[in-house]
Design a protein around this ligand. Structure first.
Ligand SMILES: *[C@@H]1O[C@H](CO)[C@@H](O)[C@H](O)[C@H]1NC(C)=O
Ligand SMILES: *[C@@H]1O[C@H](CO)[C@@H](O)[C@H](O)[C@H]1NC(C)=O
Ligand SMILES: *[C@@H]1O[C@H](CO)[C@@H](O)[C@H](O)[C@H]1NC(C)=O
Ligand SMILES: *[C@@H]1O[C@H](CO)[C@@H](O)[C@H](O)[C@H]1NC(C)=O
Ligand SMILES: *[C@@H]1O[C@H](CO)[C@@H](O)[C@H](O)[C@H]1NC(C)=O
Ligand SMILES: *[C@@H]1O[C@H](CO)[C@@H](O)[C@H](O)[C@H]1NC(C)=O
Ligand SMILES: *[C@@H]1O[C@H](CO)[C@@H](O)[C@H](O)[C@H]1NC(C)=O
Ligand SMILES: *[C@@H]1O[C@H](CO)[C@@H](O)[C@H](O)[C@H]1NC(C)=O
Ligand SMILES: *[C@@H]1O[C@H](CO)[C@@H](O)[C@H](O)[C@H]1NC(C)=O
Ligand SMILES: *[C@@H]1O[C@H](CO)[C@@H](O)[C@H](O)[C@H]1NC(C)=O
Ligand SMILES: *[C@@H]1O[C@H](CO)[C@@H](O)[C@H](O)[C@H]1NC(C)=O
Length: 443
């Protein structure tokens, strides 16, 4: 009996807490007179995004963040590198009009650092997960979290290229339980001639690349079917920078993209039936997806067995392993080198060009073309003849939208794909194709 009444009391307390909590979360805004305490949250109108304090189950550090559907899917964090060590923090509008996170000692651990006015400002969390600071009377936007993405892209959130350096990027968490800045970041790179690629870096080293954008898809990704439903878009931004973002075409297919702490870019769906998150795509399917994993002048094929007889890495035609011993132990680091002198090189050296036949191109079909393309807008036959005429051109490719791409010096990060790839034409000596090849075609 006593036990039961305790149970009832507990239930009443629980309902009371729930009620109080619900009042705390009923609002979608923060005003100068209405701060948010650690135990409170605000929610977007549709209820899908929540702003509040959280900590990972394995850590006591408290962060201010926005989560989608469930607290296990944090999509944005304010004080990434300044965690609070207890639950005495508040989110508030400062006298200067900034949105700020204060610790128990009233020290500012995070601020929007934009407003310095006497006019009233307020903050609002909208349905798309956008947290906006605005002038209350005019509604003018002063700041929003889409300008400071964390590790996650929401629809309309942008990453961009920057001709003078790196542009807008997202950065991974340090670990699944630590939102502080990790070692992986993702951004957009513009190669010569305006060719656009998305990159993931491990600190400063490239870790993954998308392959060139062709106006509709990234030509180096064959597995991203659902992502194309949530179509990615490239647009011109400020100062000639290119911006990349995605749109949700159908609300029932809403997904988010996260760069996880292992450097994998993941598409995440909410499964309404199981009420849990599901990773529906990842950038890392095989070792071939690691940038340059086979070294120079190689092609990586994830469909091969990965055994000694069927290695994932092979040298391009006309090339041999630079270090045979290493190569045979499946250490691909050193890559391959050209083993047959090109006619154009011989002609250059000896100034006699009549004794051997002109170089030819060996076709690789359906591949992720190498990094460092140089783009130009010429027709396919001009593309080919320009490459052939210049001995430092080692390969070319042509796509109707991208136009002509050519490569000099090194060929790095070629991968065999099953769809969406391009044809790559690699310069080889005429004799390479004389020796009867089955899969390749000479042009
Ligand atoms: C917390 O850490 C333990 C041990 O390191 C690990 O097994 C567990 O999965 C972690 N929990 C979460 C939610 O990550
Ligand atoms: C929490 O941080 C504050 C100031 O940052 C410090 O004064 C306090 O001692 C810390 N508390 C604990 C339990 O670490
Ligand atoms: C705000 O403006 C005042 C006067 O213009 C200046 O003294 C103050 O340093 C400014 N504060 C910030 C945070 O920029
Ligand atoms: C700010 O809002 C408060 C309360 O609504 C009001 O009393 C005050 O006049 C406003 N200040 C300005 C500068 O608009
Ligand atoms: C581009 O980079 C420069 C220098 O790193 C920086 O000053 C500028 O704000 C950047 N522009 C954009 C749009 O990111
Ligand atoms: C990232 O780089 C660090 C240090 O350079 C290295 O230890 C780590 O293995 C790299 N991570 C991956 C996934 O390659
Ligand atoms: C949205 O997607 C769902 C499930 O894939 C489909 O049943 C529905 O017809 C789609 N709606 C529109 C407007 O395309
Ligand atoms: C919010 O969630 C509901 C229910 O899952 C869904 O119907 C709606 O489309 C979602 N909106 C967004 C923006 O995710
Ligand atoms: C692979 O080869 C490189 C270059 O010679 C060497 O530095 C590295 O230690 C080798 N890796 C392994 C796992 O043997
Ligand atoms: C090399 O070739 C050029 C152009 O074909 C020619 O003018 C020149 O006389 C040649 N030199 C020699 C040493 O054969
Ligand atoms: C050959 O290509 C290289 C690299 O693109 C370029 O620097 C050079 O000017 C070209 N040479 C000719 C003769 O076009």
């Amino acid at each position: 009996m006593g036990f039961s009444s305790h149970g009832n009391l507990f239930f009443v307390l629980f309902m009371l807490c729930f009620y109080v909590w619900d009042i705390g979360s009923a609002t979608d805004g923060i005003t100068p007179s209405q701060s948010i305490k650690d135990s409170e949250t605000i929610r977007s109108k549709d209820g899908n995004f929540t702003l509040g304090f959280f900590n990972h189950p394995n850590s006591t550090n408290r962060y201010v963040g926005i989560w989608w559907k469930s607290q296990s899917t944090v999509v944005w964090v304010a004080n990434r590198n300044q965690p609070l060590n207890d639950s005495s923090g508040i989110i508030t509008i400062s006298e200067g009009g900034n949105l700020e996170v204060l610790n128990g000692q009233n020290q500012v651990v995070w601020s929007t650092i934009v407003s310095n006015t006497s006019s009233n400002t307020s903050a609002k969390l909208s349905d798309g997960g956008k947290l906006e600071l605005m002038e209350t009377t005019t509604g003018n936007s002063l700041w929003d979290n889409f300008q400071q993405p964390s590790n996650t892209l929401l629809p309309q959130m942008k990453i961009s290229s920057n001709r003078t350096g790196r542009g807008e990027q997202i950065t991974s968490w340090k670990s699944p339980s630590d939102p502080s800045l990790g070692s992986f970041s993702m951004g957009v790179v513009e190669r010569l001639g305006g060719i656009l690629e998305v990159f993931i870096w491990n600190e400063t080293r490239p870790y993954w690349r998308s392959g060139p954008w062709n106006g509709g898809v990234f030509t180096g990704i064959d597995t991203m079917a659902s992502a194309y439903r949530n179509g990615f878009v490239v647009e011109d931004g400020v100062e000639g920078n290119k911006e990349v973002y995605y749109k949700v075409k159908n609300e029932s297919e809403f997904s988010i993209y996260t760069l996880n702490s292992q450097g994998q870019f993941e598409e995440i769906w909410w499964d309404d039936e199981k009420t849990e998150m599901e990773v529906s795509w990842t950038s890392q399917h095989s070792d071939c997806d690691v940038y340059g994993s086979c070294g120079s002048f190689t092609i990586c094929n994830a469909q091969s067995q990965g055994t000694k007889d069927s290695p994932i890495c092979s040298c391009l035609k006309g090339f041999e392993p630079r270090n045979k011993e290493e190569w045979d132990t499946q250490n691909w680091t050193s890559g391959c080198f050209r083993s047959t002198t090109l006619q154009c090189e011989r002609a250059k050296d000896q100034n006699t060009s009549t004794d051997t036949k002109e170089d030819v191109f060996w076709e690789l079909q359906m591949v992720k073309v190498p990094d460092f393309p140089e783009g130009s807008s010429v027709e396919p036959d001009i593309c080919r003849s320009q490459c052939l005429a210049n001995c430092s051109c080692v390969a070319y490719s042509h796509d109707d939208v991208i136009g002509c791409m050519s490569w000099t010096e090194n060929l790095l990060d070629i991968q065999q794909l099953s769809n969406r790839g391009l044809s790559l034409y690699v310069r080889v000596a005429y004799t390479e194709l004389e020796h009867g090849t089955t899969s390749a075609q000479a042009f």
